[in-house]
Write a protein of this length. Sequence first.
Lengths: 136, 61
Amino acid sequence: MGQEVKWKGEDAMRDKITKIVVLMLLVFTCGYSFAQDANELKTRMKERIPVIQALKSKGIIGENNLGYLQFVSSVKEQEGLVNSENTDRKAVYTAIANQQGASVDLVGKRRANQIAQNAGAGEWLQDNAGKWYQKK
Amino acid sequence: MIRKTIIITGMLSFFFVQACNTRHDVAVAPVEVKPIHIIIDVNIKVDRALDNFFGDIDKAK
């Protein structure tokens, strides 16, 4: 009888351990998956840098005040690449917003400030009021 | 004579009490500090997260 109780207790303990291990694996898998996604996003963004810089130098695109690329001329060169970059940026802003408990717009605006600080002379930027200007 | 003394003493007492009586009205405006701190805190955290992600991308430019 005593042995039976002991065995039942062991089963309950084993169930708990199994649940904890499954939960840990799930958390680890999700974390690993996010890190992998982040690495893929970074790789794609780095690959686009030369084209984006060329478009900026030509005055075709600029950085808006929400942290996204925007066409500032009527020439829509490399539109697909620009859209892909904006899609990836939105994914990053959304992940950071969820992580920090902020809105996606706020994250984008903070990024726009960083971009404006790091921008080179002649690049098109949009100020907080929505006015476009070339950085001096 | 006594009447005059009483009146003068009364008047002097009245002026003396009025002179000693001071009143200070200090208006304290409600200070809302907490929300500002929260906004700054969120901005700092977001900036740090953005730096962590975009740091090496920005360096590559």
